[in-house]
Write a protein that binds this ligand. Structure first.
Ligand code: ZN
Ligand code: ZN
Length: 225
C-alpha cells in the first residue's frame, strides 16, 4: 500500500493520500488548509486519481480544502453526522477566544459543505479505491470523531486516527463538544483494545503504533493504571 503524509496549514494537520499501488485510484484523508497544491503534486508524482475524501472529524484544520478538492473532481466526502455543522460553522468547534486569535491567521476560509456529503457511522464499511475501510465512532475530541481502519492482507493493520491519539499525546477535549469521559472510552476501545502492531496515522505529528503508545503514552498509561 502507498501512504503519503502531507502536513497542511499553520496547525500542521496531516493529510494522507492512500492507494493500493501507484498508477491507480486513491483516497484523500483530511485535506487541510492549502492542501490542494501539495495533494496535486503527490497525485502527479505517483500517477494517482482520487475517488473519495474521508474526514476524521469536522475541525477546520482537517476539512479546509475538502469541498474545493472534492467538488472539482466530483468526489464524495465522508464525515460523521455529529460533526457536519462544523463544516459551515468552524468557530463552533473551538472556544471563542481561540477562534478570535485564529481568525486573522486563517481568514474567512471556504467554509461550505461539499456537494456530495456522505454521513458515516460506527460499523460502516467503505470500499474506496480498492481499499476496505471500517468506520469506528470515537467521540471525545469532537462528537463526530471517527477512526478509519484498513486491514490490508499480510500487512499490519492501519488506523487513521484523526485527533484521537498522537505519538506521545492525545487530542484535546476542552473545545466545545469535547468530552473527556467519552475520550477515555474511545481510547480504550479504539487504541488499547487493538493489537500492538497496528500502525497509527495521526492527525498531527509522526506515525506511531499501538504498541509504542501503550508502552510510552502517558495518557494511555493513566487509563491502564
Ligand atoms: Zn481536531
Ligand atoms: Zn487537528
Amino acid at each position: 500500500m502507498l501512504i503519503t503524509a502531507l502536513a497542511t496549514g499553520p496547525l500542521a494537520a496531516n493529510c494522507y493520500v492512500l492507494a493500493p499501488a501507484p498508477g491507480g485510484d486513491c483516497v484523500l484523508v483530511d485535506p487541510g488548509q492549502d492542501a490542494t497544491e501539495q495533494v496535486g503534486k503527490a497525485l502527479a508524482e505517483h500517477d494517482l486519481t482520487p475517488t473519495a475524501v474521508l474526514l476524521t472529524h469536522g475541525h477546520f484544520d482537517h476539512v479546509w480544502s475538502a469541498a474545493e478538492l472534492a467538488d472539482r473532481a466530483g468526489l464524495p466526502v465522508h464525515l460523521h453526522a455529529a460533526d457536519r455543522r462544523l463544516l459551515t460553522e468552524p468557530a463552533a468547534g473551538v472556544d471563542p477566544g481561540f477562534a478570535a486569535q485564529l481568525s486573522a491567521l486563517l481568514g474567512p476560509g471556504p467554509f461550505r459543505e461539499p456537494e456530495d456529503l456522505v454521513e458515516v457511522d460506527g460499523g460502516d464499511t467503505l470500499t474506496l479505491a480498492g481499499l476496505e475501510f471500517t468506520v469506528e465512532h470515537t467521540p471525545g475530541h469532537t462528537p463526530g470523531s471517527v477512526v478509519y481502519r484498513l486491514a490490508s492482507s499480510g500487512q499490519s493493520p492501519v488506523m487513521l486516527a484523526g485527533d484521537l491519539v498522537f505519538a506521545g499525546s492525545i487530542g484535546r477535549t476542552d473545545f466545545p463538544g469535547g468530552d473527556p469521559a467519552a475520550m477515555n472510552a474511545s481510547l480504550a476501545s479504539a487504541v488499547l483494545a487493538r493489537s500492538d502492531d497496528t500502525r497509527i496515522l495521526p492527525g498531527h505529528g509522526p506515525a506511531t503504533t499501538v504498541g509504542r503508545e501503550r508502552a510510552a503514552n502517558p495518557y494511555l498509561r493513566a487509563l491502564t493504571g
